[in-house]
Structure formats: C-alpha cells, structure tokens
Unconditional design. Structure first.
Length: 364
C-alpha cells in the first residue's frame, strides 16, 4: 500500500500542499487497487506529503476496506451517529493547512465536512494534476483496454448480423447489451447510444421506439469494461442503401478521422489533432453540422484527460490513449460519427479499435 501511494505523496509535495484527498472514483480505485461506490456516505482517502495516510470510512464498508491492506489511520462512522466526529478526529490526527482535492469528483458536502472540522483549511482544486497521473498508461492498463475494445467489437459484430428494417432502437440496444456480457464484459462503460434515422443527429441521444427504416443510418456509441478499463467505440452503419448525401457525409467524417490518426504521435498537442480533424470538416460542404470537439482521454473513466480540442495545448506523451471521434450532425435529418480508441506511441500511434470503417450496409 505504501508504494501504491508514493506518487500521490510526491504530487502533494510538488503542489506545496500538506496532503491530497481522494474520493471514490477512478483515482481512488487506481490508488487502492479496489473499487468502492460513491454514495451519500462520505468516504475519503487522505495522502499526506510527509508519508502518512488516513481514511474516513463508512462503518458498513469496513470489512471491504480490510481487503485493501491499508496501513494508515482509519476513522469510521455509523449512519446512526453521523460523520462529523470522524472528520473532527481526522483533523486532530492530521492537522492540515492546505489540501488538494479532485474538483470534478469531490462533492460539496464532503468539502463542507472538511471545512467544518478545520475552518482554516485551504482547499485547492488539483483535478488536472491528480487525474493527470492516469494519463500515461502502463502495459497492464493497455492490455485491459485492448481486452475491453476486443470484446466490444465482437459484440457489435454479433448484433449487426441480426439488424433488420422495422426493429426498434430499443430492441437493437437490448441485443447489444446482451452481446457485451456474452463476450465477457464485466460491465458497461456507459449507457449505450443506439439511435437511427433523425435521432442519429443528436450526439447523446437515447434509444427509443423509433423503428429503423430502409436507408437509415444506425449509430452505435458504446463500450464494455474489462479489468476496470473502458472501451468507447462509435460506428455508423446503414440499414439498406444510403442516400448520396449520406455517403458524402460519411466519407467526410472518415477523412477527418484518418487525418487525426495521421497527425497522432508523441509530442503533438491536443490542439494539433483537433485542429487538423476539425479542419477537414470545416473545408467540406457540411461545416455547419459540426457540433463537438474531436475526442477525449480514455482509461478507467470514459471521459478523462486529455481533452482533444482546439485551445488545449497540452503535449501528448507516448502512452496516452484518446478517442478520435469526429462527427457531423444535421438536426432533424441524420448524423454520422466514427470513433476509434487510439494509443499514442513514440513514432506514431496504434489503433486499439480494429472494427472496419469503410461504409457498411447491413440488414440485407
């Protein structure tokens, strides 16, 4: 346990804070090697720059917490008593002046409990720095991502074999979920997006009772989880012969995706990739259909650093995994998105996603 927290201690030193606080989520899981739920009960890991650690643990989680092998102080609390005394005991055990937290994950009531116990405590947002420790993937991380992507692709192949005109989006989504678990997923990375026809023009739409019609685009955005890591894949296929417009839009999106891959290598910035991808879309007759940035980091979380967008001049090192997912969306008409999960290497990239990207017609 001491070794697994070492880089968090070092980060606390570099941030000139007394300690870091982690709460259930991907950073918490990475630090401890175990997953815990985030719910109404405060659950906090404190990693101090001086090498000590402490935790506030709901009493009902103590038996699970024992599996962690944590060697720091533990302050548990029961629902019947509330958690104020646990936070007060932590403050007495580990007085702090400055504490770095995950600004996108720590909830307000946990922040308030820390401040109530230590009113003079300065809490700073170190989301970028804390989550940045996850950006460069280890060999084990990459193997887990590859496994998640592979099972997700097998599931999609299964589902596409059965797609027919007249099926509802919900029926196809249900088949996809079943296929993911049949192929070995430990869970879903997120609630799948399975939409057709005009619904495909809404980037984060949900499956409904819409019945797939001849010539419709059918968009899948989904992923399974394996060993704690998430896949995130999008493919747009056509159920029957697509229109000329649909073909042109699809080929434009594919060209943007390929341009992003060509730009990818260690040392480029997130801005560089998005600029070339978006540039392809902007140069097309469909520039008014651009709705989103190119992509985001991928790992334990579906959306994590780096964010592939213009204006983000973060340099991307080898070992980074990001999603390359350009799209064009004409509201009320249709949309197309193609998404690959991409590993950045010293000399270029390796696409973890192998599912074909040439325009695919199904349901015949």
């Amino acid at each position: 346990m001491t070794n697994s927290l070492a880089e968090y201690r070092q980060l606390a030193k570099s941030l000139a804070v007394d300690a870091l606080a982690l709460v259930p989520g991907p950073n918490f899981t990475r630090a401890l090697g175990h997953t815990f739920m985030s719910h109404e009960r405060p659950f906090v890991l404190i990693v101090a720059a001086d090498g000590t650690a402490a935790a506030i643990v709901p009493n009902l989680e103590l038996s699970s917490w024992d599996l962690v092998g944590f060697d720091g102080a533990v302050f548990d609390w029961r629902d019947q008593d509330g958690y104020s005394n646990a936070f007060a005991a932590l403050a007495q055990h580990m007085p702090m002046n400055r504490l770095a937290v995950e600004g996108q994950v720590m909830r307000v009531f946990v922040h308030h409990a820390l401040k109530q116990a230590q009113p003079e405590l300065e809490i700073i947002d170190a989301e970028v720095e804390i989550s940045g420790l996850r950006m460069i993937k280890t060999d084990a991380d990459i193997a887990a991502l590859e496994a998640a992507v592979a099972l997700s692709e097998r599931a999609l192949h299964r589902v596409l074999e059965g797609v027919r005109v007249g099926q509802t989006e919900l029926e196809i989504e249900s088949a996809l979920i079943q296929a993911l678990f049949a192929e070995g997923a430990e869970g879903m990375a997120f609630s799948p997006i399975v939409v057709a026809g005009p619904n495909s023009a809404m980037p984060h739409a949900h499956a409904g009772d819409y019945k797939v019609q001849e010539g419709d685009p059918l968009l899948f955005d989904f992923g399974g989880r394996k060993d704690g890591f998430a896949a995130d894949i999008t493919r747009t296929v056509f159920v029957g012969e697509p229109s000329d417009e649909a073909r042109e839009v699809y080929n434009t999106v594919l060209a943007a995706n390929l341009a992003g891959l060509e730009m990818t290598r260690a040392g480029v910035t997130a801005h560089d990739i998005d600029d070339v991808v978006t540039g392809v879309l902007e140069a097309s007759p469909y520039a008014d259909r651009i709705r989103t940035k190119t992509g985001h980091g991928l790992g334990r979380d579906v959306h994590e650093a780096p964010y592939i967008m213009r204006g983000n001049h973060q340099v991307l090192p080898a070992g980074t995994v990001y999603t390359n997912e350009p799209g064009l969306y004409d509201v009320g008409n249709f949309g197309v998105r193609i998404e690959d999960d991409v590993l950045i290497t010293e000399t270029g990239y390796r696409s973890l996603t192998q599912f074909p990207k040439d325009l695919m017609i199904v349901g015949r």
